[in-house]
Ligand binder design. Structure first.
Ligand code: NI
Length: 136
């Protein structure tokens, strides 16, 4: 095993510890290992999606982070051909939830997801799709 040390915001760690307690974990390291495994599995599932799909990308971001709105808008204009519509909800003083309805080429949609995920200030980004190619 490798040992790593990471820096986390206090509130994020508190919330993580609360979940570990609720789930009955006795070791924080084991909780982090499982969380990383889930992250890898989820990436694997998304990377297997192919063909024409329809779904939603949900993102939560801090609108006070510098340039986040410009970057989100630029990304959505660049991928306009796979975006049907979007919905914006002001969650609290700083956070916004945006649900983007996507339809079209899965590769373009995955590129859009990656682009949105990488924007600083975006704290959560998830693609939900159950629709691969619709059977005749
Ligand atoms: Ni907002």
């Amino acid at each position: 095993m490798e040992r790593i040390s990471i820096s986390l915001p206090e509130k994020l760690l508190e919330e993580f510890d609360r979940i570990l307690k609720e789930k009955g974990y006795v070791s924080r390291s084991e909780g982090i290992r499982d969380a990383i495994r889930n992250y890898i599995i989820e990436h694997g599932i998304i990377s297997q999606v192919s063909g024409e799909i329809a779904g939603t990308i949900s993102i939560i971001y801090d609108h006070d982070e510098s340039n986040v709105l410009d970057k989100l808008t630029d990304a959505q204009h660049d991928f306009a051909e796979v975006i049907d519509s979007s919905l914006h909800i002001h969650l609290d003083k700083h956070h916004c939830l945006e649900v983007i309805v996507v339809r079209g080429d899965s590769n373009a949609i995955k590129q859009l997801l990656n682009r949105l995920t990488a924007i600083k200030g975006v704290k959560y980004a998830k693609l939900t799709t159950n629709v691969a190619e619709i059977p005749e």
